[in-house]
Design a protein around this ligand. Sequence first.
Ligand code: ADP
Ligand code: MG
Length: 272
Amino acid sequence: MTVPIIALRGVNKSFGPIDVLHDISLEVKAGEVLCLLGDNGAGKSTLIRLLSGVHQPTTGTIEMDGKPVSFPSPRAASDNGIATVHQFGGTFPLMSIGRSFFIGVEPTKGWGPFKIYDRKRANAVAVKAVQDFGITRIDDGDRLVGGLSGGERQSLAIARAVHFGARVLILDEPTAALGVKQATHVLRIVNEAKRRGLAVVFITHQVMHAMAVGDHFAVLIRGAVAADFKKGEKSREEITDLMAGGASMASLEAEIEGYMASHDGHPPPPAH
Ligand SMILES: Nc1ncnc2c1ncn2[C@@H]1O[C@H](COP(=O)(O)OP(=O)(O)O)[C@@H](O)[C@H]1O
Ligand SMILES: [Mg+2]
């Protein structure tokens, strides 16, 4: 059996008297996407903050390559190859693509040519890295990041993480604010990261997006893993219901869709 790149073993997290995560055990192997699903407040962001060194578990352990690790800071997590890409890509709108690609890496990692910022070289490396990821529309490293679409920004952030050696990619709702076309773009990049052997943790509310990339799914409800299953083991309707805490959301959705289809696109009136 392959050893997972990253795993949580019996992890609990409390903030003072508030228990946010209960006995979480999850693992992600190389070339695998774990989709973390759950309603607002379920504990998804807290879980990724543990993986990315923002918080530390109250009890339980995080393992990398089968060995216990601790991340006292985000820097420690990132030094261990854990990259977190937040919504909107976490980039700087007024910075060029080449510049933003190398931000934070120039002096610390002793990148010779970048001790004095070499614009041409930085642009060439950044453009090649994103093009290798299939983002062929980015071809000029002098363009400002702010001029990229939401999907392109996310993709740039993912390509950057992979370029600098990330082994675990954590994506917190990367497609939440995107239209269908842009989201598709990001999902393709996630599949490319997976093909390259990264372990991906993908957080989303959108069941369809999860199903497009996920190998493995975990549904968090009030801080606990309420369901843990593999691709193909549950239908879209079952996953939707699970996310809503067991309520029959899928049939409610279908009812509303049916009503709207037969009422000229108008939603049902409020119930009295
Ligand atoms: N630093 C904190 N102190 C106290 N409670 C927190 C803290 N961070 C998160 N929580 C609580 O933990 C629960 C889960 O939050 P969060 O992880 O952000 O959920 P999600 O990302 O799934 O919406 C919420 O009830 C939230 O109020
Ligand atoms: Mg969240």
